[in-house]
Design a binder for this molecule. Structure first.
Ligand SMILES: Cc1cc2nc3c(=O)[nH]c(=O)nc-3n(C[C@H](O)[C@H](O)[C@H](O)COP(=O)(O)OP(=O)(O)OC[C@H]3O[C@@H](n4cnc5c(N)ncnc54)[C@H](O)[C@@H]3O)c2cc1C
Length: 320
């Protein structure tokens, strides 16, 4: 049985779902949670339901906004005061920035962007995609503890029946230390939709969208089925969509339950960002488009005809 700390990020006071995925998978081990920032009143209870033994709320000057140095100083001091075997976090933008930095502070091993893991006799064994997802590596961590692990959001899935933990919560005075590179302002994206990396359903458009205005048909479909809209790099480079929407090797890595690729050829760099999606649907006029070799369902057709029909059919099906 391992002694684990899970660092959670929050969104409007709510813990990010990847934290609950990790906690669910950690069942049978002792799992504490550390959070920096505001936590909504009901969230300790939620964390307890998914197995958190203790919830440590780190608070202190300089921690109001994320900064790599401030968060890593605060967390490393906290971790040094405990005896954790492993520290987990989501492989989000923040997790990818923070956790390797923490691992360097401790001179410890770090397994990043894992899509699965188990504990064998208390030792971590993880799976992580390599070479743009072309192969999967089994990773183990050796050397001084704690070891550090980041987990790709949506990869593990929510536990069917999580084991409840004690959920004892306490504030911890934390020191951000010296912050040499301070973030002055964070400008939130205008969209109110779930971030691509956490979305359960994604509808993405490629070069075939032709312009930014045509993304409306994808937004209409997304509104009906509760999806977030993404884009290929060709669509982003052509100015049809902002870079925040790009899926792929130089964009975001996503693992939704359903990925609908509209007018996307399926280049290796795009597949790198979405090939771990549970179900892939491709709509393309070219029956030989490479995306069809990865798709679970393929529709050979013009997306400007197919997508509006899908939207209407989903409306009927879902009573919207
Ligand atoms: C270093 C590097 C990093 C990269 N990173 C990324 C990345 O992060 N993400 C990414 O996406 N790409 C990335 N790329 C680019 C990648 O190689 C492809 O160029 C890009 O993914 C192609 O985008 P696309 O599929 O939208 O366009 P295209 O390859 O041009 O495909 C358009 C598709 O639309 C179909 N089509 C045309 N009209 C219609 C219609 N009316 N209805 C239905 N289908 C239609 C066509 O048959 C075609 O298959 C990267 C490239 C490099 C070199």
């Amino acid at each position: 049985m391992a002694n684990v700390l899970v660092f959670t990020e929050t969104n409007d006071g709510k813990v990010k779902p990847v934290t609950l995925e990790i906690l669910g998978k950690l069942a049978g081990n002792t799992a504490d949670v550390a959070v920096i920032g505001d936590l909504a009143a009901d969230q300790v209870q939620v964390l307890a339901q998914y197995g958190a033994a203790n919830v440590h709320k780190l608070k202190g000057a300089g921690l109001e906004k994320y900064s790599p140095e401030g968060y890593s100083n605060a967390l490393s001091n906290f971790i040094k005061s405990k005896s954790y075997d492993y520290v987990f976090a989501g492989a989000t933008s923040t997790g990818k920035d923070l956790i390797p930095r923490l691992a360097a502070v401790f001179g410890a091993g770090c397994a990043s962007d894992c899509t699965n893991f188990i504990f064998e006799g208390g030792a971590f064994a993880g799976t992580r995609p390599l070479f743009a997802g072309k192969c999967l590596a089994k990773v183990e961590l050796t050397g001084p503890k704690p070891h550090f692990v980041t987990v790709r959001p949506n990869a593990l899935g929510m536990p069917a029946s999580p084991t409840a933990g004690a959920g004892a919560a306490a504030d911890v005075a934390a020191d951000a230390g010296q912050i040499r590179a301070a973030i002055k302002e964070i400008i939130k994206a205008a969209s109110t939709k779930v971030d691509l990396t956490e979305a359960n359903i994604i509808v993405s458009g490629g070069r075939a969208m032709k312009n930014a205005e045509n993304f409306k048909i994808l937004n209409d479909l997304a509104d009906v089925i509760g999806a977030t809209v993404g884009a290929s790099r060709a669509a982003v480079d052509s100015g049809f969509a902002p870079h925040a929407m790009q899926v792929g090797q130089t964009g975001k890595t996503v693992s939704p339950s359903l990925y609908i690729a509209c007018g996307i050829s399926g280049a290796i760099q795009h597949l790198a960002g979405m090939r771990t999606s549970k179900v892939i649907v491709a709509i393309n006029t070219d029956p030989d488009a490479p995306i069809f070799t990865k798709a679970d369902y393929g529709i050979v057709g013009d997306l400007f005809t197919v997508v509006p029909v899908m939207t209407e059919e989903f409306k009927k099906l879902l009573g919207k």
